[in-house]
Design a protein around this ligand. Structure first.
Ligand SMILES: *[C@@H]1O[C@H](CO)[C@@H](O)[C@H](O)[C@H]1NC(C)=O
Ligand SMILES: *[C@@H]1O[C@H](CO)[C@@H](O)[C@H](O)[C@H]1NC(C)=O
Ligand SMILES: *[C@@H]1O[C@H](CO)[C@@H](O)[C@H](O)[C@H]1NC(C)=O
Ligand SMILES: *[C@@H]1O[C@H](CO)[C@@H](O)[C@H](O)[C@H]1NC(C)=O
Ligand SMILES: *[C@@H]1O[C@H](CO)[C@@H](O)[C@H](O)[C@H]1NC(C)=O
Ligand SMILES: *[C@@H]1O[C@H](CO)[C@@H](O)[C@H](O)[C@H]1NC(C)=O
Ligand SMILES: *[C@@H]1O[C@H](CO)[C@@H](O)[C@H](O)[C@H]1NC(C)=O
Ligand SMILES: *[C@@H]1O[C@H](CO)[C@@H](O)[C@H](O)[C@H]1NC(C)=O
Ligand SMILES: *[C@@H]1O[C@H](CO)[C@@H](O)[C@H](O)[C@H]1NC(C)=O
Ligand SMILES: *[C@@H]1O[C@H](CO)[C@@H](O)[C@H](O)[C@H]1NC(C)=O
Ligand SMILES: *[C@@H]1O[C@H](CO)[C@@H](O)[C@H](O)[C@H]1NC(C)=O
Ligand SMILES: *[C@@H]1O[C@H](CO)[C@@H](O)[C@H](O)[C@H]1NC(C)=O
Length: 758
């Protein structure tokens, strides 16, 4: 085709993207009998339009990157369209409106054609010759993907693809033979002449007559695959319904060596998007001697809730679960199936491993169950968390400590819609908006009358978590939580927030309440049961450092780019570890990673462990650089940055990742397990589309770390955490930052008031 405008060269891509590219021929030494594919070899990865999740579909960049990021034997898929002068080109749809700039270049070119019985309006490749189309650039047609690479990539012909990208394996999909025949182009003849020029490994089509027509003219090295687009359609070449063909696999075997089906043919989903039992399609097809390829995989699809927003889990379902494996998967994000195949391979050898990275749950397995519920904690344990967490809140009226992700019940319960909605109040030191606070209710009221409510951190993108678990589970007292975790060979993390407020305004000696509860639960001062305490308040940790031997984690609540020597030295005095926002390691601009900061190194070289918080599976929570794949993100933070642990809503994903890291492949690490190159993607954006530079993140300094000593508690700690009610003290003005009275004098001052109230 004509000159490429501004397009990315393969060599640029190769040097800019992954740090090290190591080619590992997948399946070289795999135990063949362990894969339930037709030929016993690992399933293949087919990149639909290249790495079309990131770069415009069917572009040179997308194709090149698929080979770099996943593996060099990834099969490149090209959807064939024909130009007016009969050149086969790669474009994902028959109309060019969404996937190219054609509407801007030829504004009057809109036409209307009958495409397999459906009147379709738009710009069609058959109306333009190849030199006209060389003026047109490719675009990202899917709204949820980055459009920053639009306009930089030219339309490729099949021969461009093979000469520029040099795939080791090529798959051509001929979706519309009948349509092109009606426009005067015999796709069969084009295909036969194409086969003489380039090696084609797979040809797929939904049209039986087309496959039969070329069957006699191709070498046996080219596999013919019959494609099922959807059960409700009919094959325009025969008028048979796809539904009826699905039940006639032995017949398909007479003209094809495999089938390509929508993934729902194998693992159907219910109307509310849960996985149902698998069909017998793969087993039946294998019996008939047909290979089965599954289509429609994309990490940024809203796939079944059973996968907990983890795209890798979906691939594993198709290659691992049950007694079959598909023979290949068609993906817009080919790195993820490559990981799945590698992970699956390794998991045959490894079961459980300890050490780094540490997996700490965030409000239990809060991606699957409501925050801080019994079911969420059980799931976190089952999923392989090393540490489960409880954010400790106090229920004033009876002095009970409970686990609740927020002091404001509106966030994790149905309080706003309950009889307690009238208890809403505004407490500016806690939050600016009105809330229904734990300390305004009794434990009985919370446990009996409120329902847990699953968190929804990405609701602005209309992404919700497991609706069937919307209100599942029960809340726990801290003592219940500790009883649950004991004897489970799992660490606990207690999170103490708002301690100054609680001590001063509510009158509870939070720290001694917590340590007493720990001691009563058998988590005294010993080290065999690991207890971690996290707080954003250095005064809380400083106090605990004196009174206990618990592992102390200082939470840095803001995003930072560095920390001053003095601040690190201060933290070192009262903490063993820090918890930092994940964006403090890899800051982003318009969601592209711009750089790697020095924060991890700064703390680690002072002997502090560093745990990152903010890890979630939903792709919208990740930088573009991670390809909508939580595992790529975890891997980059661990292998690339050296983080010591993850605080995550989805411990299952982190555990699977950790297991894959137990097997240290060293120099044989496959490309898909290399960390992404920092800033690699943003550098590829050409100037006009570059995001404006942002002001750098602040540097943590000593005054940020220093907190005034804790205010004294005004109420005596109840002996038994579930014991008799204790009245809260009269509220006083919060004075956490300017305090002069000592704890003793304040107690003396308040004692008469307490006595009077009782
Ligand atoms: C599977 O694991 C074996 C043994 O560790 C390794 O040699 C082989 O390369 C792996 N195959 C894949 C596809 O990752
Ligand atoms: C391959 O796996 C089978 C069972 O899964 C086992 O019996 C056989 O010994 C394995 N072969 C090799 C070479 O590891
Ligand atoms: C093109 O985009 C529009 C608007 O997003 C959508 O309605 C239409 O279905 C798309 N067409 C194709 C062929 O993808
Ligand atoms: C392509 O179309 C343009 C405009 O219609 C025409 O000028 C040109 O000669 C055509 N090129 C070929 C190779 O047919
Ligand atoms: C296709 O090729 C065959 C011979 O291989 C020829 O007879 C036929 O006319 C060609 N059809 C078209 C539309 O070019
Ligand atoms: C399929 O049906 C359509 C409409 O009924 C008809 O025009 C066409 O010729 C049929 N095609 C075949 C291959 O039978
Ligand atoms: C399978 O398809 C062939 C060809 O259309 C037909 O002759 C045969 O009856 C079909 N078999 C079944 C079981 O539908
Ligand atoms: C998917 O999840 C639902 C709800 O948890 C469960 O009932 C169903 O069995 C799961 N499906 C599969 C195939 O595991
Ligand atoms: C909730 O408790 C706080 C602190 O004791 C108190 O100031 C506030 O008035 C209470 N709110 C309601 C609605 O009872
Ligand atoms: C825990 O250990 C510290 C330091 O050894 C000691 O001061 C404190 O009294 C102990 N606390 C308990 C509850 O045993
Ligand atoms: C990137 O981070 C390093 C520290 O890790 C810093 O020295 C450098 O200035 C940063 N570069 C940019 C462009 O912000
Ligand atoms: C410390 O940083 C804060 C903002 O993070 C800033 O307001 C303050 O002036 C800094 N203090 C010193 C001593 O640099």
């Amino acid at each position: 085709m004509g000159k490429r405008r501004n397009s990315l060269a393969l060599c640029e891509l190769a040097t800019l993207f992954l740090v090290q590219i190591l080619v590992l021929a997948a399946g070289q030494s795999t135990n063949a009998s362990s894969w339930k594919t037709l030929n016993g070899k690992p399933p293949v990865v087919i990149a639909r339009g290249g790495f079309s999740g990131t770069f415009p579909d069917s572009s040179s960049a997308a194709y090149s990157f698929a080979l770099i990021a996943s593996s060099s034997d990834t099969i490149l898929w090209c959807d064939i369209q024909l130009t007016k002068d009969g050149v086969p080109i790669c474009l994902p749809s028959i109309t060019l409106d969404n996937c190219t700039s054609i509407g801007d270049i030829y504004p009057k070119g809109k036409k209307q054609y009958d495409v397999n019985g459906v009147i379709t309006a738009g710009w069609f490749a058959v109306d333009y010759n190849s030199s006209e189309l060389s003026q047109v650039s490719l675009r990202q047609p899917i709204w949820s993907r980055t459009e920053k690479f639009d306009g930089t990539q030219a339309i490729l012909s099949v021969t461009d693809l093979t000469t520029q990208v040099k795939p080791s394996s090529l798959w051509l999909n001929m979706q519309y033979p009948t349509f092109y025949e009606q426009r005067g182009h015999n796709l069969r003849n084009y295909t036969i002449s194409l086969i003489k020029q380039v090696i084609i490994n797979y040809i797929s089509s939904p049209e039986e007559e087309f496959l039969k027509g070329i069957g006699t003219r191709i070498s046996p090295k080219t596999k013919l695959i019959f494609r099922f687009p959807s059960e409700y359609l009919t094959d325009p070449s025969t008028n048979k319904t796809y539904d009826s063909l699905k039940d006639n696999l032995t017949y398909i075997k007479t003209f094809a060596s495999g089938i390509l089906v929508p993934k729902g043919y194998i693992w159907p989903v219910s109307s509310d998007n849960y996985l149902m039992d698998h069909t017998s399609l793969v087993t039946d097809a294998h019996k008939a001697g047909l290979e089965v390829y599954a289509a429609d995989f994309a990490n940024d699809n809203l796939f079944s809730y059973n996968y907990s927003y983890d795209p890798l889990a979906e691939y594993l379902q198709f290659i691992d679960k049950g007694d079959f494996s598909v023979d290949g998967v068609l993906s817009d994000y080919p790195i993820t199936p490559a990981e799945a195949i590698g992970t699956e391979n390794w998991s045959l050898f490894l079961f459980y491993c300890t050490g780094n990275p540490l997996i700490i749950s965030h409000n239990g397995a809060s991606g699957d169950y409501p925050d801080c519920t019994d079911l969420g904690y059980q799931k976190a344990v089952d999923d392989g968390a090393d540490v489960i967490d409880c954010t400790v809140q106090v229920v004033t009226k009876d002095g009970v400590l409970i686990c609740m992700s927020s002091v404001d019940l509106i966030h994790s319960t149905n309080a706003a819609q309950s009889q307690f909605s009238s208890l809403s109040s505004t407490i500016p030191v806690l939050q600016t908006s009105a809330g229904i606070f734990t300390f305004n209710l009794t434990w009985n009221e919370i446990s009996q009358s409120l329902k847990p409510m699953i968190s929804s951190p990405e609701s602005q993108f209309y992404i919700s978590r497991n609706p069937r678990n919307m209100n599942a589970g029960k809340f726990l007292k801290l003592s219940d939580f500790l009883a649950f975790s004991k004897g489970k060979d799992i660490g606990v993390l207690l999170i103490l927030e708002d301690v100054a407020f609680i001590q001063e305004r509510l009158g509870f000696d939070m720290i001694s309440l917590v340590t007493t509860t720990l001691t009563e639960a058998g988590y005294g001062n010993q080290t065999s049961l690991q207890v971690n305490v996290l707080s954003p308040d250095s005064a809380v940790l400083a106090k605990l450092r004196q009174d206990s031997k618990y592992k102390l984690i200082y939470k840095i609540s803001t995003k930072i780019r560095d920390a001053s020597t003095a601040s690190v030295a201060d933290i070192k005095r009262f903490a063993d570890a820090v918890a930092i926002d994940k964006y403090s390691v890899y800051p982003v601009d318009l969601n592209y990673i711009t750089n790697m900061t020095n924060v991890l190194h700064r703390f680690q070289s002072a002997g502090l462990k560093v745990y990152g918080y903010g890890f979630m599976n939903e792709f919208v929570s990740q930088a573009w650089d991670f390809f909508a794949d939580a595992t790529v993100e975890l891997n980059t933070y661990y292998q690339g940055a050296g983080i010591d642990g993850f605080i995550t809503d989805f411990p299952a994903t982190a555990r699977r990742y950790k297991r894959s890291q137990c097997f240290n492949a060293g120099n044989n690490t496959p490309a898909y397990f290399e960390p992404v190159q920092v800033g690699g993607l943003i550098e590829l954006i050409v100037a006009p589309a570059q995001p404006p530079a942002l002001a750098p993140l602040p540097v943590l300094n000593a005054s940020d770390v220093l907190e005034a000593p804790l205010p004294p508690a005004s109420v005596e700690t109840p002996k038994n955490a579930s014991g008799p009610s204790t009245q809260p003290s009269q509220p006083s003005q919060p004075s956490h930052t300017s305090r002069t009275v000592t704890s003793i004098s304040l107690l003396v001052f308040l004692l008469p008031a307490i006595v009077l109230l009782v």
